[in-house]
Design a protein around this ligand. Sequence first.
Ligand SMILES: [Zn+2]
Length: 182
Amino acid sequence: MSRKFALAGAVALALTVTPLAAGTASAATQQEAAVTTVYYSTASAPSFRSVINAGAANWNRSVTNVRLVERNSGASLRYTEGNDPRGSYASTNGHGSGTIFIDYTQARQYNPTRIAAHETGHALGLPDHYSGPCSELMSGGGPGPSCTNAVPNAAERSRVNSLWANGLVANQQRAVETIYGF
Ligand SMILES: [Zn+2]
């Protein structure tokens, strides 16, 4: 992790934990250990670069234990685009590694930022929950094309923070699986 992001994480922690811990050396150290940076590449999804970045920004504003940073070289998470009758999908270990595919047809029918943020949610460890409301990001296409929400709800934020509480440690223990559909 770069110094810059470690520092940003430390600042975020200082704002969210008890005032007692704010600004102390121990708070900064703990947060440095907790924040994991996931580098992602949009090089193979040029049409969707802006919506991918918007989705990543939504996640970055929502969670504290993982940061998504665009960097095409050496990225563990790669976005791609094209046509696939199965729609968009995420092939990922749920811990920041893998490939996300965004389908052209689906992105014309549904809000593309919601698609990108939803698929990114899989890369962060969340499963689908199509029966959920529009306010839930992982309900995906369940609420229909009129749903444009691209921000995770409180439960989703909490779940991702928990999944990333141990940084990269869990990365070794997860198998890659492909989650089709949106
Ligand atoms: Zn999904």
